[in-house]
Design a protein around this ligand. Structure first.
Ligand SMILES: [Mg+2]
Length: 330
């Protein structure tokens, strides 16, 4: 069987079964969440790794090397945000074609360092090898603030909880459409879409706020709202209903993409916002404490149907595709 037949998530399940459950008494979370977690002496420790590959994660020629550096690190920090943790250290593994310009590599690091300094992350090592395509693989080590602190996982959602999301959705996917299809927009929309696609800000402070306010379940939006909410459903063994009219589509995306904007917001991916669940009073506390918009978009229900979309009358709503999965061509 080819990996394309099994799919990214099928392959992860297969490898997770091979690895098996760890007997390590300190391990809290192994394969299957945004980051691994184990109990350290003074706090919960977190580790995550992500690759950023030319022509898979970024089309050639659509981003500068500096933008690539920022984004490659940002998507990794977002996984630590999804656990409610603080990112601390980064290890950077680069694969580069041999004719890569040195100036391009230093520009890549300039972008990474700009973000790393803003978030107090130290780049402490890595590796470089030759390859036919550019691949940037970053490992992040982080931790929670205190030993007693709990972390956010994908597996704690319960029926009756509300589903909520930070910020607005769809602008990163709009940016990818704009850059790959060379679409023209006015300068304000161009800046919004490009910024969302190439210069995302990981929700580190918000992830900690969620943990502080009693949220237990979260994921960062990398693959798309439906796909990522499905991961929560799968890990928590629950289902979710999302009211499409409540999805906070970025106004600029609505204005420029009209009927396609919902699809960009639901399955476009790469928004790097946090999707989380909690009882109504917990979500209210988060709303009061957060500096960014928090929007309730649906609820967790019992059952194993995954994500159901409904319109304002509660009728099922069908959207063709369901987010990004590696190996399966959309
Ligand atoms: Mg993630």
């Amino acid at each position: 069987m080819k990996v394309s037949e099994l799919g990214e998530f099928g392959l992860i399940d297969l490898l997770a079964r091979m690895v098996g459950a760890s007997r390590d008494e300190h391990l809290l979370i192994g394969i299957g969440d945004d980051a691994a977690a184990w109990q350290g002496d003074t706090s919960i420790q977190l580790a995550t790794v992500d690759s950023f590959i030319q022509d898979v994660h970024f089309p050639s020629g659509t981003a500068s090397w500096q933008e690539l550096g920022w984004k490659a690190l940002a998507v990794n920090l977002s996984d630590i945000a999804a656990m409610g943790g603080l990112p601390r250290y980064a290890l950077v593994s680069l694969a580069l074609p041999k004719d890569t310009e040195v100036d391009d590599v230093t520009a890549l690091y300039t972008g990474m360092l700009e973000l790393a300094r803003q978030y107090g992350v130290a780049i402490i090592g890595g590796d470089i090898s030759r390859a036919p395509l550019v691949a940037i693989t970053i490992t992040i080590l982080g931790n929670t603030k205190n030993r007693g602190e709990h972390i956010l996982t994908r597996s704690a959602a319960k029926p009756g909880e509300l589903v909520a999301v930070t910020g607005g959705l769809g602008a990163a996917a709009a940016g990818l459409e704009m850059l790959t299809k060379k679409l023209q927009f006015d300068p304000q929309a161009t800046a919004c879409f490009k910024g969302a696609s190439l210069h995302p800000y990981p929700r580190i402070a918000e992830g900690q706020l969620l943990a502080d306010q009693g949220v237990k379940t979260a994921i960062d939006l990398s693959d798309g709202l439906i796909s990522d909410l499905n991961q929560i459903c799968k890990s928590s063994q629950v289902s979710a209903r999302v009211e499409i009219d409540r999805v906070p589509i970025e106004p600029m995306v609505k204005a420029e993409f009209s009927e396609k904007s919902l699809e960009l917001a639901l399955s476009g991916g790469e928004d790097y916002e946090l999707l989380f669940t909690g009882r109504a009073e917990v979500i209210d506390r988060v709303k009061r404490a957060a500096a960014c918009p928090i929007t309730v978009i649906g609820e967790i229900v019992a059952g194993r149907e995954g994500v159901t979309l409904v319109d304002s009358k509660g009728n099922p709503f069908n959207l063709g595709k369901v987010g990004w999965e590696h190996f399966i061509t959309r």
